[in-house]
Design a binder for this molecule. Structure first.
Ligand code: PLP
Length: 402
């Protein structure tokens, strides 16, 4: 049955475009996307020819200097914004910081930054640091109370579009509509959305966003992140990190800072070109994919998993919304022994994620997973639960990265 669905799957061939370990089922492409085969070739060319042979001439001859903007425009196609409205730079954390400060600076009467309690840790930590520096309060509010908490005194609302643990997805257009009533800007973190769920930021009225390159976009470990600012907002915003790459004319080497007129003003330092090359390869691959078909398969994989889990692993509590409009591309289940269960699963060759305190998270990446993979993963999980394999002492210890 699952095998028949795999045979009929129009996206099945994409799996051959990736390096995937034999004998393992990788349900963690939402945390670190696998290696596209094209990236290995691209990296070899980058190292051997561009860096190894052409050296500094590559900044012009191989378009290195334009890479942040060029790749940003490609990401713009995926998130639904116009050319010149997205750029690749730094990490998600640094981009949140730059945009929070830049936006808050335009709102002198505001008293606080608003975000969701239980947001991704870096979002909360960076927002707390930014608030401290700005002399603002940081208000973290439960999801159910968020719309009520948006008031004209809110400097900026920081929301993660798809929640990293539960998979809950905000209705972007609805929140933009609500925030607009109070003239409050929203900064969207798209880390668990980009390359996974359909995105139309312009259509939803979104003006500011950041996102991750190494998850569903398969840009490589620690890939550079991106940020989006709508064209109409750019002129009013200044980056708090006035680096030379954000200067209007970096190679004039003048003493005085003058920001670039466009989105380049949010660059700080020199782009990490090896990492940029890997990211661009991942993004190029994503641009080739029929993203409607991608999402349709994600929905089908989720339903398949939800059905199997309910039947075979009733001890686990499904915590991701079943309505596709309300979730991302991962499925999470709670169990008080989630940590040792995940260790036992990894031992069985099923690579998922544990998220503190009690969640098992499975990334459903349609380019590299099939229906039979999901069947086998749930089969292993059922065995581990039924035989209580997770009780073994070797599954109890925790590493530095969980
Ligand atoms: C993965 C992720 C990040 C990563 O931030 P980095 O600074 O790139 O490490 C940030 N926010 C969310 C919501 C994430 O899921």
């Amino acid at each position: 049955m699952a095998q028949a669905r795999d045979r009929a799957d129009p996206l099945a061939h994409w799996r051959d475009r990736f390096e995937l370990p034999q004998g393992r089922i990788y349900l963690d492409g939402n945390s670190l996307g696998p290696l596209p085969l094209a990236t290995r070739v691209r990296m070899a060319e980058m190292v051997d020819v561009q860096w190894g042979h052409d050296l500094i001439a590559s900044w012009n001859d191989h378009g290195w200097i334009d890479a942040p903007r060029r790749i940003g425009d490609k990401i713009g196609q995926i998130i639904g914004v116009r050319p010149g409205e997205a750029i690749v730079a730094d990490s998600v954390s640094a981009n949140i910081y730059k945009l929070l400060l830049a936006i808050a600076e335009t709102r002198p009467k505001a008293t606080h930054i608003l975000t969701e309690a239980g947001n991704f840790p870096t979002d909360l930590h960076v927002a707390a640091g930014a608030a401290r520096l700005l002399g603002l309060e940081l208000r973290s509010v439960e999801r159910a109370a968020l719309t009520e908490a948006i008031v004209p005194e809110t400097a900026v609302l920081l929301l993660t579009h798809v929640h990293y643990r539960t998979g809950d997805r905000f209705d972007m257009a609805a929140f933009e509509g609500r925030a607009r009533q109070c003239d409050v800007p929203i900064l969207w973190d798209l880390s668990h959305s980009v390359g996974a769920v359909p995105l139309d930021l312009a259509g939803a009225g979104a003006r500011f966003a950041v996102g991750c390159g190494y998850k569903y976009c398969n840009g490589g470990p620690g890939a550079p992140a991106f940020l989006h600012v709508k064209q109409s907002e750019l002129a009013a915003l200044s980056s708090p990190i006035q680096g030379w790459m954000g200067h209007a004319a970096p190679f004039d080497f003048t003493d005085a800072y003058r920001p670039a007129p466009g989105i380049e003003r949010f660059l700080a330092g020199t782009p990490p070109m090896l990492a940029m090359a890997a990211l661009e390869s991942g993004i190029d691959l994503m641009l080739e994919v029929d993203r409607d078909a991608l999402w349709a398969k994600s929905v089908a994989l989720f339903d398949h998993m939800a059905e199997l889990m309910a039947a075979r692993c009733p001890q686990m509590t499904a915590i991701t919304p079943f309505d596709p409009e309300r979730r991302g591309s991962h499925a999470s289940f709670a169990h008080h022994q989630a940590w040792p269960i995940n260790r036992a699963l990894i031992d069985a060759g099923v690579i998922g994620d544990f998220r503190s305190p009690d969640v098992l998270r499975f990334g459903l990446t349609p380019l590299t997973l099939g229906f039979a993979d999901i069947w086998h993963a749930v089969d292993w999980l059922a065995r581990i639960l039924d035989e209580e394999r997770w009780r073994r002492p070797e599954y109890q210890a925790r590493g530095k990265v969980t």
